[in-house]
Design a protein around this ligand. Structure first.
Ligand code: SF4
Length: 397
């Protein structure tokens, strides 16, 4: 097991109340696939009122007007490749100094010529979903046979074209034991980043089983265990940052955080899968201190702004005000940025300034944006306030 020799959590130099670190724009909700866990409840046809090319260009203008460091922009969907103006949008954003990434669905539209055109327009990275280590699991979640094989092939193409490759894996109760085999696939694909998403029961994902808090704790520890093999990121599980801090503070992680049955099983499988071809250990990538509405925002296909794509609480529309004004002034976003407003265990937690819990999980489970995160197993010590030593050091992207 590896302990980080650097600070366990990174934070941003810039004021996240003024400008986000990353903005996800759902350019369309149209998609050929029918994934079982789709946040967007994607549909086959594009919405007649989705943001037009001119609207999209104006949005990118607004995001670029922050000046350096400009937010990273991810064009997602649905399937962004359903938009015929995708190359134009990427080229426009790139010409403004924005770093643009794409999050396409794996369909016949995701061809090598299309990727070359987007790369040449300035796209920097592509993220692909891989939710199972076998065709049976992955295609079962996607609703279309053949997508697993096509995803492995697309990952190879993305890498060969010199684009950064991110693999996104949604972890559920059904596929959690496949994580080591998915890790093996991610290593073989030479990913830049593996993002493990802790399913929020929203959209069609309501029908799938989420992990319970103890399972999530085990998986997060395992992710930290393997963070010297691949750069990992937890999505909708910000308590990974709490775990990183806790682990950095002890002499012996094995003694302080003994593995339970799930983590032990994941570790056994990991050992077997990487034994033959173990990558050179890398310096673990500490998690970044951003959260819904605090360094992060989502814009849907109609221009409605949300704190996150998994938090269906609108905070404004780019049809009525600029994104930058909404991000800065929204009362809901301001409340989300205030750790003292949190309730339950998150409100009492000494890690609340650096974690704050998944607001999406809290809202999906209780209807209260500021409730404790039900996917976190941590029981805060009574009446403890966060020590400055627990807060992350500034980090620049
Ligand atoms: S109790 Fe809340 S703030 Fe504390 S670690 Fe868990 S999710 Fe984070």
């Amino acid at each position: 097991m590896t302990l980080s020799t650097v600070h366990p959590v990174r934070s941003l130099h810039h004021d996240v109340t003024e400008r986000p670190f990353i903005v996800i724009w759902e350019v369309t909700r149209a998609c050929e696939l029918a994934c079982a866990h789709c946040r967007a409840d994607a549909v086959r046809e594009r919405h007649p009122r989705e943001l037009s090319t001119d609207d999209g260009r104006a949005l990118l203008d607004d995001l670029a007007s922050y000046g350096p460091p400009r937010p990273m922009v991810v064009l997602t969907g649905g399937d962004p490749f359903e938009r015929p103006d995708l190359v134009d949008l990427v080229a426009h954003g790139t010409s403004l100094g924005l770093s643009i990434a794409l999050s396409p669905s794996v369909t016949p539209r995701l061809s090598e010529p299309a990727l070359i055109e987007l790369r040449d327009a300035g796209a920097k990275a592509v993220s692909l979903s891989l939710d199972g280590a076998t065709a049976a699991t992955h295609d079962g979640m996607r609703g279309v046979p053949g997508v697993f094989d096509a995803t492995i092939a697309a990952a190879r193409t993305v890498h060969e074209l010199g684009l950064r490759l991110q693999i996104n894996t949604t972890v559920t109760a059904a596929n959690v034991t496949e994580l080591p085999a998915i890790l093996r696939l991610a290593l073989d694909a030479e990913v830049t980043l593996w993002s493990v998403f802790f399913l929020v029961p929203t959209g069609r994902g309501r029908l799938l089983g989420t992990l319970d808090a103890l399972q999530a704790e085990e998986v997060l520890h395992w992710l930290h265990d393997i963070s010297d093999l691949v750069a990992v990121k937890s999505t909708e599980a910000p308590h990974y940052r709490r775990i990183a801090i806790q682990r950095a503070a002890v002499d012996d992680v094995e003694v302080a955080f003994p593995p339970g049955p799930l983590r032990s099983a994941l570790r056994r499988a990991t050992g077997e899968l990487i034994a033959a071809q173990r990558p050179v250990p890398r310096r673990p990538r500490p998690p970044l201190d951003v959260n819904a509405g605090r360094g992060f925002a989502f814009i849907d296909h109609l221009g409605t702004v949300f704190p996150s794509g998994f938090l269906p609480v609108p905070v404004g529309s780019v049809g009525d005000a600029s994104f930058s004004a909404i991000y800065r002034t929204s009362p809901i976003l301001r409340e989300l940025r205030d750790p003292e407003a949190l309730r339950g265990r998150c409100g009492r937690c000494e890690f609340r300034t650096v974690c704050g819990g998944s607001r999406s999980h809290a809202y999906a489970t209780t209807g209260d944006l500021l409730a404790e995160d039900p996917m976190c197993a941590y029981e805060p010590a009574p009446s403890v306030t966060a020590s400055p030593a627990d807060r992350p050091v500034p980090w620049s992207s």
